[in-house]
Design a protein around this ligand. Structure first.
Ligand SMILES: [Zn+2]
Length: 400
């Protein structure tokens, strides 16, 4: 299109020249040789009206033959572009006789109009056919089955974590999160496990060095060492201090133990910790809560039982067992022929822990429990080695 405006100007000049065809011949140009009229030196463009017709027929054939918008543009430039066939022919007649100009000028201008119209028409039909071929080539058949692409999926441990959280929420619990790097005070002392207490040996701990910058601060002055939390109970006293009972809290997160690994032990795993504090909750409520949890997760009727045990932060303390989900209590390799699976530890919150949380143990009471998320995941899916869960081995993960 850029070419059309100058072309038009040029063609109108010539038109004017043709209309006042007499002027160049009659006007005197002193000192300047006037152009020869119809002389031999006219650029060899001795074309007649018949040639113009032929030129138009040829141009129309070429336009019709252009199969793509790109080809059409080439043809257009070649025919009516600045150096195209028609503009050149128009320019060439400026030296012709007035009679020739009168005949050829209008004929060439008419030819130009015809060619321009044909180009426009062809461009329109080409753009239509481009659109039609797009419709054909890129149409989407929504009913066509696609090749299966691997999308990946949630890790089995994460899947069970979400399920456990949902079940607790449905029972009115609030889900909290806590830090994985914590101090000795929140991980041990406030939970009734002072440094001198032999029970500390139950948790082999990763101790952390305090950063240099830390040593100047008042925190460093205390003997409150940093560690990787050994259980998610590290949030228990914090929550008690922050809120007013009744409390229904569950905290699932990563914990660390400095111990050797085997089929049932990992240095890094997830713990489900939860507790209730109010004025009337009992061990019976604990059993009912966990029974509901397990029957929902495993999707089957189960028997649960409590056995006496010892933990520093609960009194009394219990071990929680459920009937073996693999043999329904008859005895198998997984339950070592006992018919029971050990699933967690629990008890009534120790009065000292309540006191550390700023609560009066004569008024408030409640239960607390802890269990391994991976252990439940293993029972749910029949996984025989806990180390698979952190292995990132696709042969394992793709089975879920
Ligand atoms: Zn069994």
């Amino acid at each position: 299109m850029e070419n059309s405006i100058p072309d038009k100007k040029r063609s109108s000049k010539i038109k004017n020249g043709a209309d006042s065809a007499q002027s160049p011949a009659t006007q005197a140009h002193p000192g300047k040789r006037s152009a020869p009229v119809n002389g031999p030196n006219n650029g060899g463009a001795a074309i007649g009206v018949a040639d113009v017709d032929k030129l138009v027929a040829d141009a129309l054939a070429r336009i019709a033959a252009a199969g793509t918008p790109e080809q059409l543009e080439k043809t257009r430039l070649n025919l009516i572009g600045r150096k195209g066939v028609l503009p050149l022919a128009l320019r060439a007649i400026k030296d012709r006789s007035a009679e020739d100009k009168r005949r050829l000028g209008p004929a060439l201008n008419q030819a130009r109009t015809t060619v321009e119209a044909a180009v426009r028409q062809r461009a329109l039909s080409l753009s239509k056919s481009v659109f039609e071929s797009l419709v054909d080539d890129e149409a989407i058949d929504v009913t066509e089955p696609l090749p299966r692409t691997a999308l990946g999926h949630i890790h089995p441990t994460e899947h069970v974590r979400r399920e456990v959280e949902d079940i607790f929420r449905s029972m009115g619990f609030e889900v909290v999160r806590g830090q994985e790097i914590d101090d000795e005070e929140n991980n041990f002392d406030l939970l009734n496990i002072p440094a001198s207490h032999p029970a500390r040996d139950l948790w082999d701990t990763f101790w952390l060095k305090k950063p240099e910058a830390f040593k100047e601060s008042s925190v460093a002055a205390t003997k409150n060492r940093l560690l990787l939390r050994t259980h998610t109970s590290n949030m228990q006293v914090r929550v008690m201090r922050d809120r007013t009972p009744p409390l229904r809290i569950v905290n699932i997160g990563r914990v660390y133990r400095y111990e050797s690994t085997d089929k049932t032990h990992e240095t890094t795993f997830n713990q489900i910790e939860g507790f209730i504090v109010d004025e009337s909750t009992t061990l019976g409520d604990l059993r009912g809560t966990l029974h509901t949890l397990f029957e929902t997760i495993f999707g089957q009727k189960l028997v649960t039982r409590l056995r006496p045990s010892y933990f520093p932060f609960t009194e009394p303390s219990v071990e929680l067992d459920m009937s073996c989900t693999f043999c329904k209590g008859k005895g198998c390799a997984v339950c070592k022929n006992t018919g029971w699976l050990e699933i967690g530890g629990a008890g009534m919150i120790h009065p000292n822990v309540l006191k550390n949380g700023g609560l009066n143990p004569n008024k408030f009471q409640g239960f607390a429990f802890g269990m391994g998320l991976e252990r439940i995941t293993m029972f749910k899916y029949g996984i025989d080695d806990i180390r698979w869960l952190l292995s990132a081995d696709l042969r394992f993960l793709e089975q879920f």
